[in-house]
Design a binder for this molecule. Structure first.
Ligand code: BES
Ligand code: MN
Ligand code: ZN
Length: 496
């Protein structure tokens, strides 16, 4: 799909479909947004006449054909909802609605006049980014494992964003396409089944990215982990026949002397719970337990793809969590890379175990800041549902940066406390501490566990258990929080 920014007039544009927005409270006599007004004038009021058939709900669409005085074959009207309610969420809904209609239609090319609908306080570059991401999201498909492909799935080949090309807009376009590519990668890695997307597969994917974008890559194998003393990571992989990997992927877009941002992603390619076995219902969704890892690969792909002036290092501990004769038992005590000992009271609290060794390891790169991304706790889903990612941080300035990036990317987070008092729940009679803290505040005690390994770092933790994938009919990876991570990295180096 090819996007371009070119000034066009809605009535004269020669394209398969002209897409214009109208507010739901504009049906009668009120002034229309400029592109809709021009179509209406050119067609001698045909657009206004049709408005009664357009449902008010934001993102609803109505297709008009062969309007007199209009060059394009079709005009797609999109509801922007009530004018007074129009904001970031409505812009995104309108884009998605339009994209879904274009897909149904099988349109080959379109001009998205909708893009100019002004969202309070946001620059036009924001519109460009969200228009591209919304359309790409709506057209994403994962059908590589279906033998009957939907009859030559129609794809939108060309999308024009009819604006006058200016440097910030062209930059936003490049950025958005790279973010969409990175998000697609994260989605596909998440959607792949766990018999294909193994730790070895993720390592190969990192090597592939390294070749494609000239990145630095190194993979630590089991023997390397043993030599280093990563007792926690090794405990999780014990029951599996798949070899564990620790992936280190580095993109240098800034001077060597600039300290890197580190992204650490949980890469459990399947989480059965181990000996603390999970119930059978929906266990298939635990293939998404490598979503943190996928988002790190996706974010690095995006940053490298747009040649962003940042240094990033991605660290991905990856293995399977399986039961078996060699599997770790509840009650086992292991020594982590940090030297601290942990009593593993529940083998299903495995994410924090692989992350604690990776977080300890990442310190050697002297990162400016570290963000880990993990589908860490069911408790976070209970706390925040599927809208906000849980944010925890030991540095408020870092937390504020991430929160702002999340708003900007509309990939939002909500900060949770990380107070010392919660540490008490992790006490153990037999080791330095335990890997679980009981039911109360389960997302917080998981983060508190990680905090014991990041005291010397500027660190934030994103619990994406509720946001990395969707269940039910729409089951599939969302690619979150790739948009947030990329925006965070860009804003970190002063790019607005
Ligand atoms: N990967 C799961 C977390 C999870 C569960 C994410 C359900 C999304 C939906 C994680 O490894 C896990 O099993 N966590 C346990 C921790 C508990 C044993 C303290 C949980 O949340 O139940
Ligand atoms: Mn688990
Ligand atoms: Zn897990």
């Amino acid at each position: 799909m090819e996007f371009s920014i070119t000034a066009l007039s809605p009535e004269a544009a020669k394209t398969g479909c002209v897409v214009v927005g109208v507010h739901s409270d504009e049906a009668h006599g009120k002034e229309l947004p400029p592109p809709a007004r021009r179509i209406d004038q050119a067609s001698r009021g045909a657009l206004r006449k049709a408005l009664a058939d357009l449902p008010a709900k934001t993102g609803s669409t109505l297709l008009l054909r062969d309007l007199p005085g209009v060059a394009a074959e079709r005009v797609l009207l999109v509801s922007l909802g009530a004018r007074k309610d129009f904001g970031a969420a409505q812009f995104r809904d309108a884009v998605r609605g339009a994209a879904a209609a274009l897909r149904e239609l099988g349109a080959k090319d379109a001009a998205l006049f909708l893009v100019e609908a002004k969202v309070a306080s946001q620059p036009l570059a924001w519109n460009v980014r969200h228009a591209v991401l919304g359309v790409r999201d709506a057209f994403y498909r994962f059908d590589q494992l279906k033998t009957q492909k939907k009859a030559a799935a129609p794809t939108l080949e060309r999308v024009v964003l009819p604006l006058s090309a200016k440097p910030p807009l062209s930059q936003a376009l490049v950025e958005a396409q790279a973010i969409a590519d990175g998000t697609d990668l994260a989605k596909t890695l998440g959607n792949l089944p766990p018999n294909i997307c193994t730790p070895t597969y993720l390592a190969d994917e990192a090597k592939k990215l390294a070749r494609q974008f000239k990145l630095g890559v190194s993979i630590l194998e089991r023997a390397d982990m043993q030599k280093l003393g990563m007792g926690a990571l090794l405990a999780v992989t014990n029951g599996s026949h798949q070899p564990p990997k620790l992936i280190v992927l580095r993109y240098n877009g800034a001077a060597k002397s600039v300290k890197p941002l580190a992204l650490v992603g949980k890469g459990i390619t399947f989480d059965t719970g181990g000996i603390s076995l999970k119930p059978a219902g929906e266990m298939d969704e635990m293939k998404f337990d490598m979503s943190g890892a996928g988002s790190v690969l996706g974010a690095i792909r995006a940053l490298a793809g747009m040649k962003a002036p940042v240094n990033v290092i991605g660290v991905i501990p990856t293995c399977e969590n399986m039961p078996g004769g060699q599997a770790t038992r509840p009650g086992d005590i292991v020594t982590t890379l940090s030297g601290q000992t942990v009593e593993i009271l529940n083998t299903d609290a495995e994410g924090r175990l692989i992350l604690c060794d990776a977080l300890e390891y990442v310190a050697r790169f002297e990162p400016a800041a570290v963000v880990d991304i993990a589908t860490l706790t069911g408790a976070c889903v209970i706390a925040l549902g599927h809208i906000a990612t849980g944010l925890f941080a030991n540095d408020q300035k870092l937390a504020d940066e991430i929160r702002a990036a999340g708003e900007d990317a509309f990939d939002r987070v909500w900060q949770m406390p990380l107070w010392e008092e919660y540490q008490e729940q992790l006490r153990s009679n037999f080791a330095d501490f335990a890997n679980i803290g009981g039911r109360p505040g389960g997302a917080i005690t998981a983060a508190s566990f990680l905090a014991r390994f990041t005291r010397k770092l500027r660190w934030a933790h994103l619990d994406v258990a509720g946001t990395a994938w969707k269940s039910g009919r729409e089951k599939g990876s969302t690619g979150r929080p790739v948009p947030l991570l990329v925006r965070f990295a860009l804003r970190h180096v002063g790019r607005k």
